[in-house]
Each structure stands twice: as C-alpha cells, then as structure tokens.
Design a binder for this molecule. Structure first.
Ligand SMILES: Nc1ncnc2c1ncn2[C@@H]1O[C@H](COP(=O)(O)OP(=O)(O)OP(=O)(O)O)[C@@H](O)[C@H]1O
Ligand SMILES: O=C(CO)[C@H](O)[C@H](O)COP(=O)(O)O
Length: 299
C-alpha cells in the first residue's frame, strides 16, 4: 500500500463482470479528473491460448488439472512486482491478453496472444486493476497487501456461469461444451484462489438474480439488471454512510448492519455514491504525501 501511488483493484472470477463495472470507475475517474493506469488481470496469464491448450493436454495426461484461476497458469510474481513497483515509483510493466479478433487486429496479432510488455504509469494518479487476482495471497505472493482499495465483483455462482457461458460463446468463439468443461476443470482453483479473495476485500458487490437460474448450462440470456438485486457488503472497519445511501437510492434496504441491498438498475449509482468518497480520500492522502516529499526536498 502506498499513499503516493495508490492502487485500486476490482477482483472477480471469469465472467463476474469486472470489465463491465470498469465503466462505473471510469465515470468516477472522469468526474474527479483522475488519470489512471489501467491493467487487465488476464495480462498476467502465463501462457498464450495455444500454449495453454498444450499445458491442459499435458496436465490431463499426468492426471492433473490446470486452470486460468490457479498459480500455474498465471504469473503472480509479475503481478505482485507490478503492484510493488507502481506503489513505490508510480511506474511498472504490463501487457494485454487479446481475446478476440476485434482486440487483436489493431495489434496485427491473433486472438489468444499477448501484446509486448510496455512501461506504464507516467503521469498517472493511480493504478486501476480489474481481473482475476487483485486480492490473491499464496505461500509465495501477497498481491492483496499492495492494494489500497480492494473491491469484489461476485455474482452468485449460477449467474456468474451464465455470464461466462454467454460471453465466451458469443464473443470469444468457444463452444458451450468447451466453456462447461473449463468451469469443471477450474473448480478446485476457484475455491483455492478466487473465493478467498472476497474475505480480504473492502467491499463486495454481489448480483443476485430474481429470475430462475437453476440450470445455468441451458440459459439463453443473461438476466438483466432489472431482474436482479445487488447485495453490497462493506467491511466493518470502513466508514460508510448507510443512512445517506438509503435516502439517495430508491428501493434500497439494509439486510445486515454492514450490508446494503439495492435494485440491480441502481448498481451504477450505488457504486458511484459509495466509491467516490473513498477514491477522493485516496487522492487526498496522495496529495498530502507528495506535499511532504516536496517540503522535505526543499529543506
Ligand atoms: N451487471 C451486469 N448486468 C448484465 N450483464 C452483465 C453484468 N455484468 C456483466 N455482465 C455480462 O457478463 C459477461 C461477462 O462480463 P465481463 O466481461 O465484464 O466479465 P469479466 O469479469 O471481465 O470476465 P473476464 O475476466 O473473463 O474478462 C458480459 O457479457 C457482460 O455483458
Ligand atoms: O476470462 C478468462 C479468464 O479470466 C479466460 O478464460 C482466459 O483469459 C482465456 O481466454 P480465451 O478463452 O479468450 O483464450
């Protein structure tokens, strides 16, 4: 963690909606005049798509499983180094994993490949990470410890699977069978690496549908925001003005002392109301820390 170069991470499983909710953050950043260094979690996969296919086959032959959720298929050293470097210097290295032709064509590359590593950070106010492992902790790596504001994006699991299946089949060129197989293959890593992160977050946003999602593997469409509620759990230690949110968000109610529930359509508004003061506070601390450095260098 660093006052001078803060890091915000939105962490969630594949299909949880971390990319989608990035729009709300971008809106907050624009309104506060913040320039961010944006990092996508998939950039820290260890293998390109063809390499991962090979690794999956090798693992299967050895009676093992490898998935995008675990430490074998992701470079947690590089992710932790980026967070550490950024918090110390305001700079770091990142690249992109290109999922689709639309993403790959501007780079003259194929889907399932990485762009070259590049330096990021110059002139930015904060680093914004969205992806799988913003709050990961393993025996070797502690990514969570570098994050100043950690947000969990966690639809209930049936909805998460529906979102993943529909997104991966309609935009990423995978078959329904292949996506289902990847959900099955990833389950152990999901429990070991993904879910523990949500106990380290400052806030979790959990979308809960109000329509039947009993069989996610046959779902034809993603339940809309109006067909869902969002359960927002804030860690006890953080300062949150619940009475203000209840007043501002029509249809909101408290389900526990630290848990606000809002209609799905109000998710963007709730994110802005809750997160804007927190992001302002990060910036105020950053300005204060910079002033102190300037003051010391004038001595
Ligand atoms: N709140 C939401 N309401 C409706 N649809 C949503 C919502 N959030 C996400 N989706 C849909 O779910 C799918 C997955 O979302 P998204 O691509 O944001 O997930 P992700 O967490 O970034 O996944 P990955 O890490 O695999 O890229 C998309 O099709 C998106 O449109
Ligand atoms: O979303 C994912 C993990 O978060 C994907 O499963 C992973 O990035 C591989 O992508 P692709 O199937 O496009 O090669």
């Amino acid at each position: 963690m660093s006052s001078r170069n803060p890091i915000i991470a939105v962490t969630g499983s594949s299909g949880a909606g971390t990319s989608t909710t990035t729009e709300s953050f971008e809106h907050i950043f624009r309104s506060l005049g913040i320039t961010s260094a944006k990092v996508e979690g998939d950039s820290f996969h260890r293998y390109s798509r063809p390499e991962m296919d090979l690794e999956k086959r090798k693992a299967k032959e050895g009676g093992k499983r490898i998935s995008y959720f675990g430490s074998e298929a992701n470079d947690f050293d590089a992710l932790e180094k980026l967070f550490q470097d950024y918090s110390e210097t305001g700079r770091g290295k990142m690249r992109r994993y290109l999922h689709t032709f639309d993403e790959a064509v501007p780079y003259n590359q194929m889907p399932g490949t990485f762009t070259p590593w590049e330096e990021i950070g110059d002139g930015t106010d904060l680093l914004f990470y969205e992806g799988l492992h913003g709050g990961v902790v393993t025996e070797k790596n502690d990514v969570a410890s570098h994050v100043d504001l950690l947000i969990g994006m966690v639809p209930i699991v049936n909805l998460e699977w529906i979102q993943k299946i529909i997104r991966d089949t309609s935009h990423r060129g995978h078959s329904r069978e292949a996506v289902t197989a990847s959900i099955v293959r990833s389950m152990e890593d999901y429990i070991s690496f993904i879910t523990p992160q949500f106990s380290r977050t400052h806030i979790n946003f959990q979308r809960v549908p109000t329509v039947d999602t009993s069989n996610p593997f046959s779902a034809k469409a993603i339940p809309t925001l109006d067909e869902s509620f969002v359960v927002i759990r804030c860690r006890d230690a953080i300062q949150v003005d619940f009475p203000y949110y209840l007043n501002m968000i029509q249809g909101a109610f408290m389900s526990r002392v630290n848990t606000l529930v809002v209609p799905g359509g109000k998710m963007g508004l709730a994110m802005e109301l809750i997160l804007t003061p927190m992001i302002k506070e990060l910036l105020a601390k950053k300005n204060e820390a910079n002033k102190q450095i300037d003051w010391m260098s004038d001595l």
